[in-house]
Design a protein around this ligand. Structure first.
Ligand code: HEM
Length: 262
């Protein structure tokens, strides 16, 4: 048998596959969060940041393929390890009793992981496909919600989504799940990959807590600022529509200020 496949079939192989694909996601989440900080600098900053990325199709499609692959590996190994554990519990194995902390952490990883998977699907349909634009338009605190989803107008699309309190709440809850998952997951990855020792345990735990805390604060800031800004009018400055028409998606009732500005 292929040695890579043989390794993957073993329990340790699956744990390593989970750890490595998880680390890929930690990298992506940090990169994505830092890029999204442009939201706080205003429409032009986040829109031109998004356009710069979108104008590099090999990077976009390479990144999408890589992330999808990492997600498939992560989820497939998780399912396989959960099944293996369930099968082991079904036997008469009289091993040491698992502590409450171990089993509750494992359960939170399982259910938190399912919630995050659903969130990723929701999030891509929301911001990449724009599927929920018509729903967001109906119940929204944002003045320009009636324009619906506009591809390329990322700032507008973020206010459209977060101006819908239900959608903002979904992002807030998902961010809490993500931070918990990341904290437990990063900690397990360190153990699986053999970086942990009695001397470094405290340092690794602090790093995991710091990264999870950073992701919590950063990713909460978008829906919280979005909902507060649309509710109070603080972020209500009309969009410049500077890039309106960037992806031929200018709403019929808007005259682009500079439709040729790319
Ligand atoms: C509150 C936090 C988040 C905000 C405000 C946010 C915002 C966005 C926006 C605006 C886009 C579309 C960009 C564009 O059209 O150019 C996007 C795409 C995406 N986001 Fe997020 N995101 C957040 C959290 C996350 C998390 C936690 C994950 C995954 C773990 C994630 C994964 C993705 C992916 C995979 C895409 C699709 C990229 C593509 O078009 O292929 N996001 N996000």
């Amino acid at each position: 048998m292929n040695p890579v496949l043989a390794l993957y079939r073993s329990t340790i192989g699956k744990k390593v596959a989970m750890a490595v694909s998880g680390v890929v996601y930690v990298g992506w989440v940090l990169f994505h969060m830092v890029g999204n900080l442009n939201f706080h600098l205003g429409a032009d900053a986040i829109n031109s940041y998004a356009h710069k990325l979108q104008d590099l199709p090999p990077l976009v499609w390479g990144g999408r393929t890589f992330l999808l692959l990492a997600l498939v590996v992560h989820v497939a190994s998780a399912i396989s390890l959960i099944r293996q554990n369930a099968a082991a519990r079904g036997t008469n194995y009289k091993g040491p009793k698992k502590s409450f902390a171990t089993t509750s952490a494992a359960k939170s990883m399982k259910y938190g992981g399912i919630a995050l998977l659903l969130f990723i699907i929701w999030h891509i349909l929301d911001f990449t496909v724009g599927l929920f634009g018509p729903v967001h338009s109906v119940f929204n605190l944002y003045d320009y919600a009636s324009y619906g989803f506009i591809r390329g107008e990322v700032y507008h699309d973020m206010l459209l989504s977060f101006g819908n309190p239900v959608s903002a709440l979904i992002y807030i809850v998902a961010t809490v799940f993500l931070s918990l998952h990341l904290f437990h997951g990063a900690w397990s990855a360190v153990q699986t990959l053999g970086f942990e020792s009695a001397n470094t345990r405290g340092i690794w735990r602090s790093i995991a807590a710091f990264v999870a805390g950073l992701v919590l604060v950063g990713n909460l800031s978008y829906p919280v600022m979005g909902i507060v800004g649309t509710a109070t009018g603080a972020l209500e400055a009309p969009p410049t529509w500077e890039y309106c028409g960037y992806y031929d998606s200018c709403p019929a009732n808007v005259t682009p200020a500079k439709s040729d500005a790319h």
